[in-house]
Ligand binder design. Sequence first.
Ligand code: AMP
Length: 186
Amino acid sequence: MRIVFLGPPGAGKGTQAQRLKDYLGIPHLSTGEMLRDAGDAGTSLGREADRYMQAGQLVPDAVVVGVVVDRLGEKDCARGCLFDGFPRTVPQAEALDAMLAGKKMPLDLVLALDVPQEKLVDRLLSRGRADDQQDTIEERFRQYNALTEPLLDYYRGRGILRMIDGEGTPDEVFSRVRAVVDAAAQ
Ligand code: AMP
């Protein structure tokens, strides 16, 4: 299966994708993690991405799409994968469609974790990552609302969007995720 996790910053995409990875046994592709790794490695791509990430802005589509194209070409993705934090813009979603069409691999599900934004700031502040400072967080929400939220309609139109209540403990949320995925696998 190929599954996309959508949701605002701090909604739990990474946590849930990690659990679903263990449940389904398919790789977890987090573009945020890949970009942070490139930044730590000090590659030119990583340094460019880091400037945007520190400002709470999205990394340009062409950079992110390039990273995903490379990763999707690896053998372990043949059986399926979980996209966490990608796509984040409509052009990225279109690029993903084109990549998957070229490989004759459909996107099966888009799981949108739904949590009111006022509940997310505290979660992010307590996480303590470099891009989790108050002003950066506000910018990340602005970017989410302007650029990523339109993806809900994009995927709703395809009939593959499933909204999941993202409030509660990680276990509670995962049982909802699992129910949706199990139903889709029938
Ligand atoms: P995340 O770990 O998914 O919260 O991503 C952390 C940061 O990495 C984001 O705030 C963006 O700056 C950058 N990033 C991750 N994925 C993408 C993407 N698909 N498009 C653009 N920027 C991204």
